[in-house]
Design a protein around this ligand. Structure first.
Ligand code: 8YV
Length: 315
């Protein structure tokens, strides 16, 4: 049997590229870099490998008549047109669970950073300003109210960590989860009104686009902090910039943005925000586990074995 041919649609780490190259015929991003080569290979391409940020739309899927599987190295797959894939019996897989700890750890870290002003204090010391006197007092996080927008695997991992800080926990989601010991509120606005820290940990895509808008930010209020470790699309970024500049909310910790890697100057100029470069899962241990799972999904598919982690819509 000829080795399956796959199209890589993102810059993937060497610890994923190597097993891909050892087991498949790999076409690395030729759909962007080499249209002629892509036109020749397209009829034979049976798999796609991408990242959580990759765009795999209906137009690309249509150009691949032999396509069978799309394997995402990421838990989020909002860039993949799953409906178009399913219409072609193309299965989509992702890499859940292996990154829960890292993303949850970063959420807590951003909460502590914005509340205690840790990056600001680091700069204060480095700029030699400490001799001129202490920094202004910050905000206590322990014992405060956490509101989770989304209560999936990572949301629950964040809640577990917040309990250790003595925080009260409430959440909003499409529906209440009766098995969970946390308070459910039907809308993000109602949750925001009862939260000191509003953490966004819900999938991206059309159903959650700009879910956190000016009204939700007003409900969060001048003592409230917004944390986003999910997708930039879930937050109305312009409304957030205005709310931060006007003091409508106290501050924000952001790991994801509307148009990564471009972050608006207005946001970067603010002093009441902590900004990170989509590092939620960016540890060597976790990225290797994600790579192993992304490869395992492809290998299982072509070996006609059960898939380790198809997306919920493909189960
Ligand atoms: C990226 C992420 O996938 O898992 C996700 O949904 O956003 C990240 O883990 C990561 O950038 C690896 O490609």
């Amino acid at each position: 049997m000829p080795r399956p041919e796959i199209l890589v649609v993102a810059k993937l780490p060497p610890f994923l590229m190597q097993p891909l190259i050892e087991n498949f015929v790999v076409h690395d991003r030729i759909h962007e870099s080499d249209p002629a080569a892509f036109a020749k290979a397209a009829p034979r391409i049976r798999g796609i490998a991408g990242s959580g940020e990759s765009k795999v739309d209906a137009a690309l899927i249509d150009r691949l008549p032999a396509l069978e599987i799309i394997s995402v190295m990421g838990v989020g797959y909002d860039g993949v047109d799953v409906a178009a894939a399913k219409a072609r019996n193309v299965v989509v897989t992702h890499t859940p669970n292996v990154l829960n700890d890292d993303v949850a750890d970063l959420a807590l870290a951003l909460m502590l950073c914005v509340a205690r002003g840790i990056p600001q204090s680091d700069r204060y010391v480095r700029d030699g300003r400490w001799p001129s006197g202490p920094m202004p007092l910050a905000r206590k996080m322990s014992g405060s109210r956490l509101g989770l927008v989304g209560i999936g695997r990572i949301g629950q991992a964040i809640a577990q960590r917040a309990l250790a800080f003595g925080m009260s926990i409430a959440y909003t989601a499409r529906s209440a989860k009766p098995d969970l010991p946390y308070r459910y509120l039907p809308t993000a606005r109602e949750l925001a009104a009862e939260s000191d820290f509003l953490v966004v940990i819900t999938p991206g895509g059309a159903t959650t686009r700009k879910l956190i808008d000016a009204e939700v930010l007003r409900a969060l209020g001048p003592q409230g902090f917004l944390i986003n470790v999910a997708r930039g699309s879930v937050v109305d970024e312009q409304a957030l910039i205005e709310a931060l500049a006007a003091g409508t909310i106290a501050g924000a910790g952001l790991d994801v943005f509307e148009n990564e890697p471009n972050v608006p100057d207005a946001l970067r100029a603010l002093t009441n925000v902590v900004l990170t470069s989509h590092i939620g899962s960016a540890t060597g241990q976790t990225r290797r586990a994600m790579a192993d799972l992304a490869f395992a999904n492809l290998a299982a598919h072509f070996a006609r074995k059960p898939l380790p982690s198809p997306v919920p819509e493909c189960r």
